[in-house]
Design a binder for this molecule. Sequence first.
Ligand code: NDP
Length: 449
Amino acid sequence: MDAIVEMTKSRDPEQYEFHQAVKEVVESVKPVLDRNPEYRQQAVLERITEPERVVMFRVPWMADSGQVKVNRGFRVEMNSAIGPYKGGLRFHPSVNLGIIKFLAFEQVFKNSLTTLAMGGGKGGSDFDPKGKSDNEVMRFCQSFMAELFRHIGANTDVPAGDIGVGAREIGYLFGMYKKIKNEFTGVLTGKSLNWGGSLIRPEATGYGVVYFAAEMMQTRDETLEGKTCLVSGSGNVAQFTTQKILDLGGKVVTLSDSAGYIYDEKGIDRDKLAFVMELKNLRRGRIYEYADKYPEAVYTPVDPNLDYNPLWNHPAQCAMPCATQNEINEKDANNLLKNGVYLVSEGANMPSTPEAVDIFIDNTILYGPGKAANAGGVAVSGLEMAQNSMRLSWPRDEVDDRLKQIMHSIHKTCVDAATSYGQSGNYVAGANIAGFVKVVNAMLDQGLV
Ligand code: NDP
């Protein structure tokens, strides 16, 4: 098993996040390989850690000033054993091949857990939409799609949003795809409602994170009612995580962006959340404005000299990291426990470092890893694909009920898989084992391809 991790490191030494994601899965599935010797003979780990296809391309576009800019585009088609590649596009200056590969790898297991027929992929660009005009974003998206279109399709690879890619970007991307291909298909998910989107898709990741948290609470005969929650981020996932926590009677006291965070001890109520949504989604402003509007809140800018994030150092019972990878380190994990947190449900992908994960597991808190807890987003994307194929739109309640059912089923699958391998209560082991076994068995059924 160590050799697999070493191989991924020596092949691509700079892809740190990918190594991290591979190491976690490989460690979890060791007992599965011990129980199924044919998996080793069939080199399933070597196969599952190597993308089926990687596409990298130049994205030239023109700024409003007339200056030509060039960004790099990526699409990693990781695994199509159980369905067309499926996974979001991330536009953020930190994007590189290692980050897209880690996200694509995680996506394979996540999609497998949803019970829907979706393989795993991910893509994006180092383009930063922040501070760009709508026209600049449109020109960038059109140039990005002018290359991506040849690699995707409703039955081949179906991208969606992620950091920096929301309804506006999906609209521009879809428009260009439709123009080039002259066809109106469900090639992207996260579309607007009046041209093929699904009700509940914008809400799905955040709602799912909270449904998963509620399932974990239920194992201890508890609910989220009256619980104080620390939420990071202030984008799509953070907003709807906050909304669903309010629905279930909990209180959210923090939100953040990459420049800092706000702490509102009284709680972010529905009016305050509406302000955040308007601030972030329409005005594309910064979270410090929350503290200008609501003086009872305290804004703390990011301090690059700190080796911990003070957001995770407030009294609470629950934490929902919804910003980005590795945002909770060892010190943050200890601070969370010290402050009374005993449930972590991850909205972001891989937001906890391996050291932080070990602390959560060693202390037997309720820890739902991203690939299980945030799978609601891709699950409803799968439902959007189904509705597009039938040219139908399901009502809001129907999609929400299906989402709830899927999160319940993912939770049960994780619990059962962990228990059957003697690791009761370990959702990391459960998610990795269950996601892995389904994909690997499909790969073996389909021969050496
Ligand atoms: P958004 O772009 O809507 O929001 C991202 C939020 O995280 C913003 O508040 C952003 O702040 C903050 N953020 C981004 N990068 C950093 C960073 N390096 N350091 C600190 N803060 C940062 O993205 P989403 O809400 O869609 O995605 C958030 C997380 O959820 C990601 O990890 C994504 O992969 C994951 N996810 C998303 C799904 C979806 O359906 N959208 C599905 C499953 C997982 P700022 O504005 O300053 O950049």
